[in-house]
Write a protein that binds this ligand. Sequence first.
Ligand code: F6R
Length: 365
Amino acid sequence: DRGNYRHFMAKEIHEQPEVIGHTLAHYLDLTAGCIRLPVTPSFDWASLDRLSIVACGTAYYAGLVAKYWFERLARLPVEIDVASEFRYREPPLPKNGLALFVSQSGETADTLAGLRYCKAHGQHVAAVVNVPTSSIAREADVVFPTLAGPEIGVASTKAFTCQLAVLASLAVAAGRARGHLGIDDEKRLVRALGDLPGLVVKTLRLEPRIVRLAREIAKVEDVLYLGRGSSYPIALEGALKLKEISYIHAEGYAAGELKHGPIALIDEVMPVIVIAPFDAIFEKTVSNMQEVAARGGRIILFTDSRGAAAASVPTLETIVLPDMPSEIAPLVYAVPVQMLAYHTAVLMGTDVDQPRNLAKSVTVE
Ligand code: F6R
């Protein structure tokens, strides 16, 4: 049931405060200020030598954000790959390795094959899945559910942010167990996670600005998304969302890679969308924006009030999100890129919920 929304995708974007809150309620004890996982893992975070994350598409980008979190918060070495590469690479795996599979449907053929490979090679196997009865959920040793509810729109939105909510909780749990985070760090991060539903509500209120921006995007043929650190996967996700539902060509790049090739594309036409909350590496992204501006490029900046004040670069648009701790920013910055793709696609008149050539669940290789 779409309710009052024109498309399932719009409904699912707007459901995010609720489903993120619902998911987090199963992972956080807000009163005690600590993580409380819904299941006891069959492995010990402290003794892991490596985490291998395997997924496809949007779920892969959730895993890519998680790589930054697990490395930073838990000092756990992480390797990540798309399932279709991972399974055929047949990578060597460490003795004390955890393999983590991220999937909305739990039926993606390549992800499932990667899971079976890891099981056969002695890894602890965990899954972050939205469909509890799925093959991936059944075959994993331990399942960390996302509670996003059924996702109908082919383009993943609420499943993605719920995956991030679960993965962030796991990274904090790992950080505590590995002795890298103290009780106060845990309290601070749990409070930050608990603030997410409210921050997403505030971010959804930017929709009228995003609709105006979509009118500009609907006129162009190519869009470049840039981000650094944990904003890099959000740049990739923004580009994927836009191309899959509006059919506008879009690419996501690590901002530092700009000068290694894509800078050749900068002109007065192609919008450059920069995902840059004010964080420790913000200034580095500003220098990339200066490189774009110096070549007459059109910059659309998603940042917060501190970033807007500090970015000494002319932009076509600066969209100011609420201030928040930088660890949780990927979850919140996912929302405006979803809305931008959605409204651009609506203006283009595409079939938003059923984009051409795409299937909700990819059960063939
Ligand atoms: C993009 C999208 C796909 C899926 C991918 C994996 O919006 O929905 O990229 O993320 O096909 O699907 P799951 O998560 O079901 O394994």
